[in-house]
Design a protein around this ligand. Structure first.
Ligand code: NAD
Length: 496
């Protein structure tokens, strides 16, 4: 039985003082041509705000300011002081947790308890983690064979990459902005952030926090706007050294092509179609709980969503029934009602995309074991959906849906499970559910994904590298990998 919906009311208002203009070289200002775009609350379909849409000229101002700071006050700021500023940013994110969580819920449609539990604390933890790195970025002293018979002293230093363009998607905007900003700033870079047009508000509030934390003007500018205009201006700007992009594979491919013209460094964090493998010896109750979270958390709008559920045939019917029960038990509706567990999808377009995949799944012969429809009240909602009796060749098992839709597929032995798990263009994450430690290690080695979780889903941490293989992306962010990705290594050799 499906649980009753909580109906979005007139809507929670925007917190007073929420910025909606560009944060450009330390100033809050309208776009150079006065342009704006309309920001919609996906749970109510009402207008939330008119937000300034940055132009290529605005991007140019931001990049020039960022370049000037590399040779200015910021470039001369020692790591220990950068770390103090990052810690202060973390403090202020924690202080503003209610405002930031409210903005994420209003903008993205997610239940407000989720950003309070994950997005905001994770953003603060990311700034704290990289605060610790800021004065510990070191090089090596390397012995050599010498130079024309003379001894040498060679050593490496890690220098900032320079001006970084950070392009952010809408599903967890604050958290992903933090993943890009914190390591970049720890390493002494400057950053121009392009927030997503669907959900720019939490990143704009972060701009106020950066200001209050004492970051010099221009070290970070925030320029919301259209991807193809504002985002592209950043990608094509000749004085940007690197693009750090999180988003769809289609846009990631375009960015890599365009960035090649000016030899920019590019890191791409793209989509996924992550497997969750439930072996015959798994704790099925725990596996179902974790798998359901991997399907429905953040309305399934998660790059690492575990949308292909591979279940040993002996447990298949039990898991389908339990996952269907978990889907039906989701309370869909008002992101500000504490009983809501599943919010709205971010836009009408995203809702329609998800619904069209559901229709495709039905057409290709998968059985709808739960959900499969949208409710008849307003807001961009889709009921959590489980497809059973499916196979790995169906469109719903091959393409990223980015909504609360799971496809459950049976397998007969672990070798088949790995073959199916790897039979995908993606390679972002995977979960393996088993009580057998040897099988856990063996399968973890065999699956081609940037992150493998055994008996869990999305065990992310700022100390751990994050990124994907194959179509899921290029490069890593976070942890020590985040330091390497935000520095250039220089070698100095002195002939003695
Ligand atoms: P998207 O690619 O449509 O947009 C992402 C960002 O790129 C937005 O800010 C957008 O304005 C900008 N953009 C669009 N066109 C551009 C262009 N031509 N030049 C420069 N910038 C441009 O993606 P989305 O719909 O916002 O996000 C969903 C996608 O993001 C999914 O595929 C999801 O898996 C992926 N994602 C990946 C991760 C990860 O860590 N791997 C995390 C979250 C989301």
């Amino acid at each position: 039985m499906t649980t009753a919906d909580t109906l979005p009311g007139v809507g929670t208002p925007l917190p007073a003082g929420t910025p909606t203009q560009l944060f450009l070289n330390g100033n809050w200002q309208p776009a150079s041509d006065g342009g704006v775009f309309t920001n919609i609350n996906p749970a109510t379909e009402q207008v939330l705000a008119e937000v300034s849409a940055g132009t290529p000229d605005d991007i140019d101002v931001a990049v020039r300011a960022a370049r000037a700071q590399l040779g200015g006050q910021w470039g001369a700021t020692p790591g220990v002081v950068r770390g103090q500023i990052l810690n202060k940013i973390a403090d202020l994110i924690e202080r503003d947790i209610d405002i930031l969580a409210t903005l994420e819920a209003l903008d993205v449609g997610k239940p407000v308890g989720q950003p309070k539990m994950l997005d905001v604390p994770n953003a603060a933890a990311t700034f704290r983690h990289f605060a610790g790195w800021a004065d510990k970025i070191t090089g090596f002293s390397i012995p050599t064979a010498g130079y024309f018979g003379k001894p040498t002293h060679s050593f490496t230093v890690r220098e900032p990459v320079g001006v970084i363009g950070a392009i952010v998607p809408w599903n967890t905007p604050l958290m992903i902005a933090a993943w890009k900003l914190a390591p970049a700033l720890a390493c002494g870079n400057t950053v121009v952030v392009k927030p997503p047009e669907e959900a720019p508000l939490s990143i704009l509030h972060l701009g106020k926090i950066l200001e209050e934390a004492g970051l010099p003007a221009g070290v970070v500018s925030i320029v919301p706007g259209n991807g193809a205009v504002t985002g592209n201006a950043l990608v094509e700007h000749p004085d940007v050294d690197k693009i750090s992009f999180t988003g769809s594979p289609a846009v990631g491919r375009l960015i890599q092509q365009r960035a090649a013209a000016t030899f920019k460094r590019v890191t791409l964090e793209l989509g996924g179609k992550s497997p969750q493998i439930i072996l015959d010896d798994a704790d099925v109750e725990a596996a179902v709980q974790g798998t359901a979270m991997g399907l429905f958390f953040n309305q399934g709008e998660v790059c690492a969503a575990g949308t292909r559920v591979f279940v040993h045939r002996s447990r298949y019917n039990d898991v389908v029934d339990a996952l269907s029960g978990a889907a039906d038990a989701q309370v869909l509706g008002d992101p500000f009602d504490p009983s809501t567990t599943l919010g709205a999808l971010v836009s009408a377009k995203q809702r329609d995309t998800v619904l069209s995949y559901i229709e495709q799944g039905k057409k290709e012969g998968a059985r709808v074991a739960a959900g499969g429809t949208r409710p008849d009240h307003s807001g961009y909602f889709v009921r959590p959906t489980i497809f059973a009796d499916a196979n790995n060749d169906m469109t719903i098992a091959r393409e990223e849906i980015f909504g609360p839709v799971g496809t459950v597929i049976a397998f007969d032995d672990p070798e088949e499970a790995i073959r199916l798990a790897n039979d995908t263009q993606y390679g972002l994450a995977a979960s393996i559910w088993t009580r057998d430690v040897s099988r856990a290690h063996t399968l973890a080695r065999q699956v081609r994904a940037g992150a493998v979780w055994v008996n869990g889903w999305a065990a992310i941490d700022p100390a751990l590298p994050w990124g994907g293989m194959k179509t899921s992306g290029i490069g890593r962010e976070l942890g020590y990998a985040g330091i390497l990705a935000n520095t250039e290594e220089k070698v100095v050799t002195i002939v003695l």
